[in-house]
Ligand binder design. Structure first.
Ligand SMILES: N[C@@H](CCC(=O)NCCCC(=O)O)C(=O)O
Length: 254
């Protein structure tokens, strides 16, 4: 049997004089190494994307992190800091893709910006600067630190007792995670279940039990050096299993 196809929606990036559809290696590699699936980078075509054609060939979706922020107009706010990067083409691609994939039960794993865009796609809102919210920690990385330190463990997250994520991780009550984000979930979208929080109460992981398929969205970066982190391997392994089950159903009904 062929490996399940996992779409990895691209960001847009200006490299020199030319704009690119781009996806970081570590996200694409995690689909191979952690989920044993076949990644395919999906261009950030927005309304020009043939959504049905894209969904018809895929067995899962991996939503990556990115330096850019989801445009706050999607949750009825103005941009707080115009100096921070936006990616309207990615927004216009991923937000409809998420809603359509959830309806069809296509498995989704989402990281950092991907976590944030899942909440927005379903009607939630974001804090545009978590560090400015009373009682919240600063969840950003130190930009002057070495990359290994930026992606090193930063704080613990507490897993929801009895939740799907806690069961996936064999009953652990907390895990140490890295942290590289300035934005975060404010108003949780309807249909979402919180799977982990940090000690300041910020939502760090959620699932969408109202959707028929596997969903796991996390604010941290399990894709970083995935082979060295058993919890991250378990998360991507569970995603890969869900993609294989989806593929078997899809091909069985074709
Ligand atoms: N811009 C948002 C999202 C943060 C995010 O995804 N960071 C990862 C950037 C680098 C990487 O892909 O590893 C925010 O600041 O909250």
């Amino acid at each position: 049997m062929r490996r399940p196809i996992v779409l990895v929606p691209a960001c847009t990036r200006q490299i020199g004089p030319h704009p690119y559809h781009a996806a970081q290696l570590k996200y694409v590699d995690a689909v191979v190494l952690g989920a044993d699936c076949a990644p395919m980078i999906l261009p950030a075509l927005g309304a020009a994307l043939d959504l049905e054609a894209s969904l018809a060939v895929c067995d899962g979706i991996m939503l990556t992190g990115s330096a850019s922020n989801v445009h706050p107009s999607y949750y009825d706010q103005d941009v707080l800091d115009p100096g921070l990067p936006q990616d309207r083409a990615r927004d216009a691609t991923t937000l409809p893709l998420i809603r359509a994939a959830l309806e069809r039960g296509i498995p989704i794993i989402a990281v950092c910006r991907g976590f944030q865009e899942m909440n927005v796609a379903l009607g939630g809102s974001l804090y545009q600067a978590v560090q400015e919210v009373e009682g919240k920690m600063d969840h950003r990385e130190d930009p002057d630190a070495a990359i290994e330190d930026q992606y090193g463990p930063a704080h613990d997250v507490m897993l929801t007792p009895g939740g799907a994520f806690q069961r996936m991780l064999g009953g652990l009550d907390r895990i140490a995670v890295n942290s590289l984000h300035g934005q975060g979930v404010d108003r949780l979208a309807p249909g979402i279940a919180i799977e982990a929080v940090s000690r300041d109460g910020l939502v760090e992981a959620f699932s969408v039990p109202s959707a028929p398929g596997f969903t796991l969205a996390v604010q941290w970066h399990p894709e970083w050096q995935i082979l060295d982190n058993p919890d991250s391997m378990t998360m991507f392994g569970a995603f890969g299993q869900a993609c294989r089950a989806f593929q078997a159903r899809r091909e069985g009904s074709a």
